[in-house]
Design a protein around this ligand. Sequence first.
Ligand code: NAP
Ligand code: G4F
Length: 321
Amino acid sequence: MAKKALITGITGQDGSFLAEFLLTKGYEVHGMTRRTSTMNFERIKNIIDEIELHPGDLLDQHSLTMMVKEVQPDEVYNLAAQSFVETSWKQPVLTGEFTAMGVTKMLEAVRLSKPDAKFYQASSSEMFGKVQETPQKETTPFYPRSPYGVAKVYGHWITVNYRESFDMFAVSGILFNHESERRGLEFVTRKVTHAAARIKLGKQDFVELGNLDSKRDWGYAKDYVEAMWLMLQQDKPDDFVIGTGQTWSVEHLCKTAFDVVGLNYKDYVKINDKFKRPAEVDLLVADPSKANKVLGWKPKTSFEQMIEIMVKSDMEREANA
Ligand code: NAP
Ligand code: G4F
């Protein structure tokens, strides 16, 4: 019989790639979606007939418990969250409800309705925040710098706690930034690749950004969903850092993206202080050696390849818009 996977956040970047990946592995894929007045199935439109969707919301314990009871999944991937760091200062309480308490609600749903299901929590390198050592690994102390980062630390520890308290197979993937042609337009990589494409096509004159000096360990989302799956295929539950081990500044990202379309980024990038954050995470770079060794996981796509994929996809979309 096919294994059953349940994905919260299936309409998001990672959820859509993970659903596609699990279908190729022969899984029966179920996803949770929340009600919206207009459909937001853009990222899953190619697989919509191959998956089963269930209404639910991280704020609504009953919907989560009933969904897990009905699906009886073998594996649960908890990807749903308020995931944009900047928004977390404007909506700190909501971010806490979704991104922190939502994890406890999902864990409770699993504990009460399918306690032997394997549970994956989408933890984040934002938990390292004001980094206490470089590169960051599983044992690096957390020092979050935003309400989002604080909420993710809660989600991380409650997952560890349910593993230790209830003997559940509950694990946390501490994923560094991962991007793709499906990334939301508000995140800096996509904002830049989208702008580079539109400027090249004469549809936009410039792009306004905040801090060009911060550095991130950017990988390709398609590579990262495989790591999530690998974590749930282990005999023992454990947490892993997932990243490339390389770091680039936002300015270097701009150069790389504008190079793809043959333009000099310096002519088109402007600074607007409104995109600067109340507290910044200056530098993130992963030490993914545990994942390399135990999971046999390595990133397949380089930073340059990923940015090229994103710019070309934006060129194609914008040329046809
Ligand atoms: P994303 O594109 O923003 O997707 C977030 C998903 O969560 C969407 O499907 C969204 O549904 C859903 N969601 C939000 N609030 C919800 C609620 N109250 N109830 C039910 N569903 C809700 O994020 P992503 O980049 O795929 O990231 C997936 C997860 O990994 C997130 O938890 C994120 O914090 C974490 N993470 C991401 C990265 C990264 O670099 N991408 C790195 C580390 C950790 P709608 O479509 O309805 O909005
Ligand atoms: O693309 P970003 O918004 O991603 P951020 O804040 O690193 O968060 C992402 O990665 C986390 C993993 O570490 C995830 F957990 C989280 O869910 C999300 O996926 O910003 C990256 C950097 C920041 O230093 C920001 O200050 O880019 C800088 N930046 C400069 N100008 C900008 C801009 N970021 C955005 N979004 N927009 C700008 O105009």
